[in-house]
Write a protein that binds this ligand. Sequence first.
Ligand code: HXC
Length: 267
Amino acid sequence: MTAPDIRNEFADRVAVVTGGGSGIGRSIAVRYAAAGGTVAVVGRREEPLAETVALVESAGGKGLALTCDVRDAAAVETVVDGVVDRFGRLDVMVNNAAGNFVVPGEKLSANGWKAVIDIVLNGSFHGTRVAGKHMLEAGRGAILNTIATYAWHGHPGTVHSAAAKAGVVAMTRTLAVEWAARGVRLNCIAPGPTETEGAGAALWPNQQARDRVLASVPAARFTTPDEVAESAAFLLSDRAAYVTGEVLVVDGGQWLGKAIYTDPDSK
Ligand code: HXC
């Protein structure tokens, strides 16, 4: 068996990445472009999207910036339909846009809950629904949803995000089965603590919080958006053609590490 040549594996392929203006979304877009792909990055603010497009183009791909709030189903539809009109196809949809903040459950307002559910759960559905329509027509496509392991173990302070991400996993697995025979794969990626502006400011806003997070990771380090993007590229490629309905955890062992290791040699 010869190893596949993956250097140009996304040549002539087209992706949409939401939350593409920063962090993990930006890295996934650039990684896709580095293997020859065309990428439309979607986000609320023009400036960071334009920066991603510049990076996409210097990585060797074609880029396009599209402003849209993923909470708006009609806007998501317009954006994705527009990409298909312009490039003639849609191979990949990455629902990566997220909203999150740390708050004790009893202090979370109804509107705070709604904001996060709307971005994460409803936004991922809007992207999946409209991308799925094109992909099912074409008989091929890969959808990737960014989640977090607290989708199954929960996490004090982020009840809204944990509930939303759990919903995204259920949506992914349900549609993976519905659409498997029609050539459309859906998977999730669950990054652990990642050095990004968004997550850092929201989830470990000070040194003490940062140290606590770091102590929870068996690999004893944060991950980087580029490292997460490498795993995402696998799931989006034909190398993962038989992988659907799966969650790839990229967390340095963080969630498994909750079990306490008793070192027999320690005094
Ligand atoms: C309590 C808060 C709050 C906070 C907002 N709210 N921030 N409540 N503590 N820190 C409440 C507001 O009071 C309001 O409710 C409601 O939430 C909506 O707030 P708005 O600011 O009006 O909403 P909006 O402008 O739409 O902003 C959405 C957002 C915001 C989610 C609140 O933070 C956002 O857009 N973030 C995007 C970037 C982001 O969060 N990235 C991090 C993703 S990292 P009231 O009742 O007052 O009207 C991630 C990784 C997890 O998810 C994985 C880790 C391992």
